[in-house]
Design a protein around this ligand. Structure first.
Ligand SMILES: [Zn+2]
Length: 115
C-alpha cells in the first residue's frame, strides 16, 4: 500500500506483509474477520474452518474417503495443515511423489462459479 521498491523500515515491511497477505488471502479464497461458522454461507454445507498464518480463515473441504493426491490439484489450490491445525497454501510449489493435500470449499462450492 503506497510502498514501492524494497522496504527499508520495519513499518514498510509490515505494510508489505499485510498487503501481500491480503492479496494471497483473496487469491486463496480465504477470508478475514472473526472465526466463521462451520457452514458455507452460500450452500450451507459443513466446511472445515482453519486459521491461516496470515490470520485469515479458510474453509477446507472435509477430508474425503480417500486422501487427495496433491499432483491432481492445480497449483495454488493445495492446502496443508501444520501440526497445530493452521492451514497454508503451497502455492505453485511442486508436490513430492505421493504427497496429499486438502482443497478449499470455495473451489468446489456448488453455489459458486468454477474458476
Ligand atoms: Zn458452499
Amino acid at each position: 500500500m503506497g510502498v514501492s521498491g524494497t522496504p527499508r523500515t520495519t513499518e514498510e515491511w509490515t505494510d508489505l506483509q499485510h498487503s501481500t497477505d491480503r492479496e494471497q488471502g483473496l487469491r486463496d479464497g480465504a477470508f478475514p474477520g472473526p472465526e466463521p461458522a462451520p457452514d458455507c454461507p452460500d450452500c450451507g454445507l459443513t466446511v472445515d474452518i482453519r486459521p491461516t498464518h496470515y490470520r485469515w480463515w479458510v474453509g477446507l473441504e472435509p477430508d474425503g474417503p480417500a486422501p487427495l493426491l496433491a499432483h491432481t490439484v492445480p497449483p495454488g489450490q493445495r492446502w496443508h495443515l501444520d501440526r497445530d491445525g493452521t492451514a497454508w497454501n503451497a502455492q505453485d510449489h511442486e508436490p513430492g511423489p505421493g504427497e496429499c493435500c486438502r482443497i478449499s470449499h470455495h473451489l468446489v462450492c456448488p453455489r459458486r462459479d468454477r474458476p
